[in-house]
Design a protein around this ligand. Structure first.
Ligand code: GDP
Length: 545
């Protein structure tokens, strides 16, 4: 055969092969997903997802996660982790339509340096053993090789996540190794954030009773300041260190005293530098308080040139669901969210003792319809609310409701099933679970709570309940400013007659604001730039851009 004929033949064959492959991909790919194909492998089906993503087309692409994703989140994450041990770490970006904000280069390099510190000084190292010995001796180390911050884990999951993120920022700013108390399932919910080391405080920690540290603890920093054991006026740097206790306990729970709040004062931060070990109890997002400290301001400016992204970045860096939780998230996502053009998350934070509230339901429906998140329905008894803000091209919406109760979901589901929507849009409402009560220490309950927070964070539009840390975590991970259902007692600037109010920033609120004027020991009410009072908790503070 002549060479030209050979080439022509091979070209013809290659077209046949391409055509057959295309047919195979188009018919088999959707089946791979529908029949439970693994999402771990970058399988062929993922390829079909790119076309039409987020454009509102009718094709099947909405069944699939994104392919054009940045699995390292702009350098926030590093390569090198074992993918099997934590699927979510490198897959989560596929599930987010909103790619989120980019971290600053300075934050990325700071994280890389901090990871080195965590490895050099973390559990299992000689430095860690030495530090434990020092702690056991009861004496303070004069010039320790490594310093540590232990974050005590308590209260609800949202509280614990915000506390760990706050502790991490403080550890970053002060070059301390962060160790997280593993209790309350903190060891089963999250993958390790630091490569080749652990952030979990190992068993056998010498201060075995640390989970019970509270106001009476002799080493409580505020107490030592109040009774004069520690005095900033006579404190002269590290020379005084040996007389000090081996550790200090920072108490920032709701009943903190004004002496505990000295933590947010520069002179006291100087004093705290002398402690090799700090243990911190907070259930709050104390980050806005760290912006009050002059010593940290320059560094914070460089780390977070966009002030409203602190939790967004730190949360995205630290909190990766473990494989079991990731299974809960991805199965629900594929069954109930992936197909829709628009995904709306609604967090209805109610307490077990609260009765079902038609008034709250009314606020939710009015809020979502007036703000254009969901269409109104055609109902003779209850005419549709104006849908002026609804995007005209949206044809399908999936709503995920999270709540301890099922009633709100049932009402909304029925409303969109029993009535046509004003714009012909299909709206399907679902709820992953309704646990009725907060079960402390129950693994499956914690798993569901984390999965639900995460699912809310995968939506395109979010409605949250004011004051809830559960919702704060979702909005921060999502990188979204939510519409907030304000508590009726809230007295924010938008007023509480409105069904909801668009949050001024995606940052969580620090509920118990610290003193600003450290010298006078009384809050002056002055607020530094980029820190404002929260709308849902008027005495609280939050970061805004
Ligand atoms: P906050 O109390 O609203 O600030 O949120 P937290 O997360 O700190 O504490 C509430 C706890 O109640 C959660 O951690 C869950 O254990 C439980 N909980 C509250 N709302 C929900 C919900 O919608 N779904 C699930 N699964 N659990 C919830």
């Amino acid at each position: 055969m002549k060479t030209t004929t050979l080439i022509a033949d091979s070209k013809r064959w290659s077209w046949v092969v391409v055509a057959m492959l295309s047919a195979f991909v188009m018919t088999v790919a959707p089946l791979v997903v529908i029949f439970g194909g693994s999402i771990d492998a970058p399988a062929v089906w993922v390829k079909t997802a790119v076309a039409g993503w987020g454009q509102g087309s009718d094709d099947l692409s909405f069944w699939y996660p994104r392919t054009a994703h940045d699995k390292l989140h702009g350098g926030l994450l590093v390569e090198g982790f074992d993918q099997e041990s934590c699927h979510s770490r490198y897959q989560s970006a596929m599930y987010r339509r909103n790619p989120g904000r980019k971290p600053s280069e300075y934050l990325v390099s700071k994280l890389r340096r901090h990871e080195v510190l965590q490895r050099r000084c973390g559990p299992g190292t000689a430095a860690y053993s030495n530090a434990l010995e020092q702690l056991k001796s009861g004496k303070n180390a004069a010039s320790p090789e490594c310093t540590y911050l232990v974050s005590i884990s308590y209260r609800g999951l949202g509280n614990r996540i915000l506390a760990a993120a706050s502790a991490f920022l403080y550890a970053l700013l002060t070059d301390r190794v962060l160790l997280v108390d593993p209790s309350n399932e903190m060891d089963g919910l999250f993958c390790e954030p630091f490569l080749n080391t652990t952030w979990l405080l190992p068993r056998g920690f010498p201060l075995w009773d640390y989970p019970g540290f509270y106001l009476d603890t002799a080493e409580r920093y505020g107490k030592m300041r109040e009774n004069g054991v520690l005095r900033t006026d006579v404190m002269t740097g590290s020379s005084a260190a040996p007389e000090m206790p081996a550790f200090a306990y920072i108490h920032l729970d709701y009943n903190q005293t004004e002496y505990d709040q000295l933590f947010f004062c520069d002179e006291d931060q100087q004093m705290l530098l002398n402690f090799q070990w700090l243990l911190m109890r907070t259930d709050s997002y104390i980050v806005p308080g760290l912006f009050f400290l002059k010593a940290f301001q320059e560094e914070l400016d460089m780390l977070f040139p966009e002030r409203d992204t602190v939790f967004h970045h730190l949360g995205g860096y630290l909190f990766h669901p473990t494989n079991h939780v990731w299974g809960l998230i991805t199965r629900y996502y594929r069954a109930h969210l992936a197909w829709a053009q628009r995904r709306v998350g609604i967090q209805v934070r109610v307490f077990p003792w609260q009765a079902e509230s038609p008034e709250l339901l009314e606020r939710i429906t009015t809020c979502t319809q007036e703000e254009g998140l969901l269409p109104g329905v055609l109902d003779t008894e209850q005419p549709a609310v104006s849908t002026a803000k609804t995007a005209p091209s949206v044809k399908s919406s999936a709503v995920v409701i999270t709540s301890l109760k099922a009633w709100y979901y049932e009402q909304m589901k029925s409303m969109y099933w029993e009535n046509a929507t004003a714009n012909g849009e299909v709206v399907v409402v679902n709820q992953p679970s309704h646990e009725e009560f907060q079960h402390y220490g129950v693994k499956s309950h914690e798993y569901k709570a984390w999965a639900e927070i995460y699912l809310l964070s995968l939506t395109d539009m979010l409605v949250t309940t004011g004051k809830s840390t559960f919702g704060y975590v979702a909005q921060g991970l999502a990188g979204l400013r939510p519409w907030v259902l304000l508590n009726q007692q809230a007295n924010g600037t938008a007023g509480h007659n409105q069904p909801c109010s668009r949050d001024m920033s995606m940052e969580p609120c620090f509920h118990i604001a610290p003193l600003y004027d450290c010298k006078r020991l009384k809050g002056s009410g002055t607020i530094v730039p980029h820190v404002r009072h929260c709308e849902d908790v008027p005495q609280g503070l939050k970061l805004v851009e």
